[in-house]
Design a protein around this ligand. Structure first.
Ligand code: ATP
Length: 360
C-alpha cells in the first residue's frame, strides 16, 4: 500500500512568519523522514503584505480554491507597519479562516519542561490548559459601519453576531475536547452580567446542551474574573470555551503565563474536515526582531505538532512534541524571549537532532 501524503500549503506571510515557517517546514520534513509512514508534499505561497504592495492583493483571485486542494495550511503571520493592520488581517488571515469556515480555534497552553513562566511556583502540572475560541462570528463578524465620516456627528460601530448554529457548534466542540482530557473540566467564559443579549444567549445554549456530556464537569466565569483565576489559581483550569474576542485576549495572557508569546501554537479547525484546517504560531510579525535570525520557532514547531495530530499522524505528532520538550528541558538552546541567546538556526538544529535521536 502506498504511504499517505499530507499536502501542506505553507504561507509564511510577513515579518518573522517567514523565518519560523521555514524552520517549521524543515522540522516537519524531518519528522516525516524519521517516522517513515507518511510523506509531506509542501508548496509555499508568497501571499503577504509585500505582495499586496506590489500587486494590490494579498492572494490571487483563485487563492482560496487553490487552498481547498490541500490537506492543511501552515501559516506564519500577517502584519506589516506599512499597511493598517485591519486591512492585512481581513485581506489574508481572516479571509482564509472565514471563507473556509474554520470555526474552532484551539489554543493549547502548557508550561514546557525547563521553562520558567512568570508565575512563581507554577510548573507543567499546574498550567496545562486548552482555550477554545469561536472563530467565525461574534465580535469579529465584521458587521458594522462608519457613518457621517469626517463630520462632528461621525459614528463607528461593530455589531457582535451570535447565531445558534455558531454558538452550539463551538460549545459542543469544546465539550468533546474536554471529555478527551484527563480532568474533563470545561469552563464557559462570557460577560453575561453586562452584555445581556448575546452573552446571556451563550449561557443559555451551554445550559441546554451540557446534559449531553454528563462525564464533563462544568463551571462558568465572567471574563474579567477569569483573568484573575488564570493568574491566581491556574491549577483550577482545564478546558475553556469563549467568544472570538474574549478568547483572543485570554489566550495572549495564557501565552505570556507559559513563558513567551514565541511558544504558543494554534489550530484554526474545520472539524468536518471537508476543507483544510490552518495551523499557526499565535505570535504576530514581530518586526522589531525580523531578519535577525533570533525569532523563537517553537510556536511554529508546536503548530506543526497540531497539524500532524489533525492529519491522523499521532505518533509523529508525539515524536515532534517530545523533541521540543527535550530541547526546552536541556535549557541550552533557548532564544532571547526565554532568557537565552540561541538563534533560530541553533534551536532548529537542536530539535532536528532530537527528532533523529528519537525512538522508533
Ligand atoms: P502583529 O502586529 O503582527 O500582531 P506584533 O509585532 O505587534 O505583531 P507580536 O509579534 O505578537 O506583536 O509580538 C510582540 C513582541 O513579542 C514582538 O515585538 C517580539 O519582541 C516578541 N515576540 C513575539 N513572537 C516572538 C518570537 N517567535 N520570538 C521572539 N520574540 C517574539
Amino acid at each position: 500500500m502506498s504511504k499517505p501524503t499530507i499536502r501542506i500549503a505553507a504561507i509564511p506571510g510577513d515579518g518573522i512568519g517567514t523565518e519560523v515557517i521555514e524552520a517549521g517546514m524543515e522540522v516537519l520534513h524531518a519528522v516525516s523522514e524519521r517516522d517513515g509512514n507518511f510523506d509531506i508534499d509542501a508548496e509555499t505561497f508568497d501571499w503577504s503584505t509585500q505582495r499586496y504592495l506590489d500587486h494590490g492583493d494579498f492572494m490571487p483571485e483563485d487563492g482560496l480554491d487553490t487552498l481547498r486542494t490541500f490537506d492543511a495550511i501552515f501559516f506564519g503571520s500577517a502584519g506589516d507597519p506599512r499597511v493598517p493592520d485591519h486591512i492585512t488581517l481581513w485581506g489574508l488571515r481572516l479571509k482564509i479562516c472565514q471563507t473556509l469556515d474554520q470555526y474552532a480555534n484551539v489554543r493549547p497552553t502548557k508550561l514546557l519542561p525547563g521553562i520558567n513562566g512568570p508565575l512563581a511556583g507554577v510548573g507543567p502540572k499546574e498550567l496545562d490548559w486548552v482555550i477554545v475560541r469561536e472563530n467565525s462570528e461574534g465580535e469579529y463578524a465584521g458587521a458594522g459601519g462608519r457613518v457621517h465620516q469626517g463630520l462632528p456627528e461621525e459614528v463607528g460601530f461593530d455589531v457582535s453576531v451570535f447565531t445558534r448554529v455558531g454558538v452550539e457548534r463551538i460549545q459542543r466542540f469544546a465539550f468533546e475536547l474536554a471529555r478527551k482530557r484527563p480532568r474533563k473540566l470545561l469552563t464557559l467564559v462570557t460577560k453575561s452580567n453586562a452584555q445581556r443579549h448575546g452573552m446571556v444567549f451563550w449561557d443559555a445554549v451551554f445550559d441546554e446542551i451540557k446534559g449531553d456530556y454528563p462525564d464533563v464537569t462544568t463551571d462558568k466565569m465572567l471574563v474579567d474574573a477569569m483573568t484573575q483565576r488564570m493568574v491566581l489559581k491556574p491549577e483550577s483550569i482545564d478546558t475553556v470555551v469563549a467568544t472570538n474576542l474574549h478568547a483572543d485576549v485570554l489566550s495572549d495572557l495564557a501565552a505570556a503565563l507559559s513563558g513567551s508569546l514565541g511558544i504558543a501554537p494554534t489550530g484554526n479547525l474545520r472539524p468536518e474536515k471537508n476543507v483544510p484546517s490552518m495551523f499557526e504560531p499565535i505570535h504576530g510579525s514581530a518586526f522589531d526582531i525580523m531578519g535577525q535570525g533570533i525569532a523563537n520557532p517553537l510556536g511554529s514547531f508546536w503548530s506543526g505538532v497540531m497539524l500532524l495530530e489533525y492529519n491522523d499522524q499521532p505518533k509523529a505528532a508525539a515524536r515532534l512534541m517530545q523533541a521540543i520538550e527535550r530541547v526546552t528541558a536541556e535549557g541550552t538552546h533557548l532564544t532571547q524571549d526565554l532568557g537565552g541567546t540561541a538563534t533560530t538556526r541553533e534551536i532548529t538544529d537542536a530539535v532536528l537532532e532530537a527528532i533523529r535521536q528519537s525512538n522508533a
